[in-house]
Design a protein around this ligand. Structure first.
Ligand SMILES: Nc1ncnc2c1ncn2[C@@H]1O[C@H](COP(=O)(O)OP(=O)(O)O)[C@@H](O)[C@H]1O
Ligand SMILES: [Mg+2]
Length: 454
């Protein structure tokens, strides 16, 4: 240490005097790093982190030092830990991007890079962008500043070569008759979606615009997807189901034109129902949004949606979400998802129907689905499946010990139902808060009605 040139020796001395001065320590570390004294730099940062473990400055310095030493995975662990905290800086995302690129995860790397630029456009790095294959995107990124680290867009980690799964059309063999109960919902779909498609001239004559989509929301497992498929079956149309991941993959494949192609495909295959599941993840509020991939794909998606101007196209657009409160309000504008339907847990009639379907082909004797339905209020379709599965398991256990298989009975199912907790409770606890405190324009009135709070 005696041979150190003046400034660094002074700095080291100063640091010994005040070891918990983070600014000074980060500075010393930076100087050592720039001089290539990597082991010393690492020591300085590590010492500091013992005193102030939460310091982002020191963690970033240490990460950089580790990278320079070729300790890539140690650096990755550190950065990922850092990024889990709220308010991580753009620099953290930048380093993350470089690390990901190094480990061959180009797709995730470009997401991290975009994220860094959203937070601080000054960080733009031509060479890095080039390596990521996204050079020249800067202009598009400039107007995307509103972000927050609690993003809802989830991106799958993938190798760059992976291609989005091809979209396929299905011909559902279920119609509204297979949907138990839910008469109100079926009627709304008939009037709002099916009738305009079948009689466009009538709607035009009254100056009623057609087009736009219908958004279903409600607790999980209560039939949103099922109802969408049944709608397609009801009008003998094709059914194209698009998950959020498919759409993001399209974007990440760097070809938004694929999203356009999807809508085109739907038009060419009309009549059909184009169904977007988990649309909340796609339409996350700007403030919830992580990664510019999301913002861009939303704009593209909305443009395509606006393009389905006339139901003459024969394309019915349906979407479903468990978390409507996370949906960007841009989605609710007229001509988009301006019609919103609450899909509650199945009513008694629906439950009986679900049970009958679930019990088909199982050994049973005089099972009265209506009685079981009466005793399963609040249970979702998925919960009812659990009831039946559990009852069947109990039967199998009995049969194994007694050696004589016996058929399912009403009381077997009622017993099983008593042990099954509704999974919709948690959803309602959340929804209740939004409905009570964030109910602009009465958008959650149906939830309040269901909870008898109105
Ligand atoms: N009204 C209903 N009639 C018949 N089956 C239903 C009904 N509601 C729900 N189900 C059953 O429950 C399952 C779960 O519903 P699903 O549509 O996947 O729920 P969500 O999309 O709302 O999460 C469906 O596959 C279907 O078998
Ligand atoms: Mg679903």
């Amino acid at each position: 240490m005696f041979n150190e040139p003046e400034p660094i020796r002074d700095l080291m001395e100063a640091l010994q005097q005040s070891p918990d001065n983070v600014v000074l320590r980060a500075h010393v570390g930076g100087v050592l790093l720039s001089r290539g004294q990597l082991a010393e730099a690492e020591e300085v940062y590590r010492e500091g982190l013992k005193l102030t473990p939460a310091s982002e400055k020191l963690m970033l310095g240490l990460a950089q030092t580790l990278i320079q030493q070729g300790k890539t995975s140690a650096a990755m662990v550190l950065i990922e830990d850092l990024l889990k905290r709220p308010g991580a800086t753009p620099h953290a995302h930048m380093i993350h991007a470089r690390l990901l690129l190094k480990s061959g995860e180009t797709t995730r790397a470009s997401v991290a890079y975009r994220r860094a630029l959203e937070l601080d456009p000054e960080l733009a790095d031509e060479a890095l962008a080039e390596a990521l294959g996204i050079a020249g995107e800067q202009d598009d990124l400039d107007d995307m500043q509103e972000v927050d680290s609690e993003g809802r867009i989830r991106l799958r980690a993938e190798s760059p070569g992976e291609v989005a799964s091809p979209i396929e059309m299905e011909r559902p063999d279920i119609g509204f008759d297979d949907v138990g109960g839910m008469e109100g919902l079926k009627e709304e779909i008939r009037i709002k979606l099916i009738a305009p498609m079948r009689n466009p001239e009538i709607f035009k004559a009254y100056g009623k615009p057609i087009g736009g989509g219908l958004l279903m929301y409600g607790p999980p497992g209560c039939g949103k997807t099922y109802l969408a498929r049944a709608t397609a079956g009801e009008v003998e149309a094709g059914f194209i189901s698009v998950g959020i991941h498919d759409v993001l993959d399209m974007y990440l494949g760097n070809s938004e034109s694929k999203l356009h192609a999807l809508f085109e495909y739907a038009r060419q295959n009309s009549p059909c129902v184009l169904f977007f599941d988990e649309v909340d993840a796609l339409g996350a509020k700007r403030s919830d949004l992580q990664g510019s991939a999301g913002r861009q794909v939303i704009n593209q998606f909305l443009a395509e949606l606006d393009g389905v101007k006339s139901s003459n196209d024969g394309v019915l657009v349906l979407a479903a979400t468990n978390a409507p409160w996370h949906l960007d309000s841009a989605f609710r504008r007229p001509g988009r998802f301006d019609r919103v339907l609450f899909v509650p847990p199945p009513d008694q009639e629906a439950r009986a129907q679900v049970l009958r379907v679930l019990l088909k082909g199982k050994p049973q004797k005089d099972v009265d689905a209506d009685t079981v339905a009466k005793k399963t209020k609040g249970l979702s379709g998925a919960d009812l499946k659990a009831v039946v599965d559990r009852a069947v398991e109990a039967k199998i256990r009995d049969a194994l010990s007694s050696g004589t298989p016996t058929p399912l009975s009403t009381s077997d199912l009622v017993r099983s139902a008593k042990e099954t907790k509704p999974t919709t409770k948690e959803w309602f606890a959340t929804a209740r808060n939004y409905a009570l405190y964030s109910n602009q324009g009465g958008e959650y009135d149906d939830v309040l009605n269901y909870l008898k709070l109105k």
